[in-house]
Design a protein around this ligand. Structure first.
Ligand code: NAP
Length: 331
């Protein structure tokens, strides 16, 4: 089918609240060397999209200014040097940006097949959280079977993925969330213990278990010294965001005497080769877990592409459990 030159996309008209997300006519991208263009069926909505919209998370210079870090759909065009994909293949992919649109371009090696048994709607929710959790929890954090793993924000897109992936790999999973309903959802996903952080101190709960061997944190701020206290000797803290701010006073004596590691990363600025390596790892180690039902995206809600602002109101309300998606093709 011939592609037209223009498409509907959602642009960030200016930095601000959700209502700055507005439909716009935008040129259909053309694939360069090693790239594919995907006709988007569904686009995942992630907290970093909301940060970008608010002007707090600038896209890398080479990326589309349009929001959207993950999508599923059908390969519509293939650039020179791409051997794996053909027009018509169904894929889900990590994107440098631009997912809130009818077509998006990405590196061919950052796309993955839709796992058997999953719909395109579910597959759109995999890339951003799976790449992030795999690279931070297993590669950077080195989580092993039998270890005690604490993930904050257990009901988030990242949290629901981390709980299931860590459980499937044989870790003991502890998590925090902001309501009893969210805690119950986390337990249903395989957490051994879900702590309502508004009512209970997660530091005491983890220390009673001997401390966490690994913590994945997105909260930051006052959680930094508390995370250090919640770690077991030789424990590792992996920071992936700072929802309450990146600055805090921290006594590093404990880091030294208890041989702790504090590290972190952000996915988006990493190079094409690093992301391609994560994609290969995911296909080898994680896609089989999905195909045998040990890991499934938790779906919160869906919105039409034109209602992207509503999706951002939803994610910023923190009322959601799991993932929010935009319906693009036919939406
Ligand atoms: N480093 C990376 O490469 C990378 C990649 C993707 C995402 N991230 C980050 O990972 C986090 C999760 O992303 P997501 O897309 O899964 O977002 P999300 O679903 O919106 O999750 C954020 C969750 O954090 C909790 N939260 C919000 N404000 C909080 C606060 N002040 N204190 C404690 N908890 C709070 C909320 O649950 P409660 O109701 O339980 O508080 C909320 O569900 C975001 O911060 C995002 O920026 C990082």
């Amino acid at each position: 089918m011939a592609m037209s030159h223009m498409m509907t996309a959602i642009q960030i008209k200016e930095p601000g609240g959700p209502d700055v997300l507005q439909p716009v006519d935008w040129p259909v991208p053309v694939p360069g060397h090693g790239q594919i263009v995907i006709r988007v069926a569904w686009a995942g909505v992630n907290r970093p999209d909301a940060l970008q919209r608010a002007g707090l998370y600038a896209p890398p210079p080479s990326a589309s200014p349009l929001p959207g870090l993950e999508a599923s759909g059908t390969v519509a065009a293939v650039g020179p040097g791409v051997t794996r994909w053909r027009e018509g293949d169904q894929v889900c992919a990590l994107l440098p940006g631009g997912g809130y649109a009818e077509y998006v371009v990405t590196h061919g090696d950052h796309a993955l097949p839709v796992p058997a048994g999953l719909s395109l709607r579910e597959a759109a929710c995999l890339p951003e959280t799976c790449f992030t959790v795999w690279s931070n929890v297993f590669l950077r954090g080195g989580l092993k079977a039998g270890e005690r793993f604490l993930v904050h924000g257990g009901s988030s897109g990242i949290g629901t993925t981390a709980i299931q992936m860590a459980r499937a790999m044989g870790a003991r999973v502890f998590t925090t969330a902001g309501s009893d309903e969210k805690c119950e959802a986390c337990m249903a996903l395989g957490a051994e213990r879900a702590i309502n952080y508004r009512e209970e101190d997660f530091v005491a709960a983890l220390r009673a278990e001997g401390g966490a061997n690994l913590i994945l944190d997105m909260v930051g701020g006052s959680y930094l010294p508390r995370n250090v206290r919640a770690l077991a000797d030789d424990g590792r803290l992996v920071q992936i965001a700072f929802l309450t701010g990146p600055k805090v006073e921290l006594n590093f004596a404990e880091v030294m005497t208890r041989r702790l590691t504090i590290t972190g990363s952000t996915l988006r600025p990493q190079g094409d080769l690093a992301k391609a390596a994560y994609a290969r790892d995911l296909e080898t180690h994680v896609w089989p877990l999905i195909e045998r039902g040990a890991l499934r995206p938790v779906m919160d809600s869906e919105y039409a592409l034109a209602d992207a602002a509503k999706a951002h109101w939803r994610i910023e309300s923190s009322g959601h459990i799991g993932k929010i998606v935009l319906r693009v093709e036919g939406g």
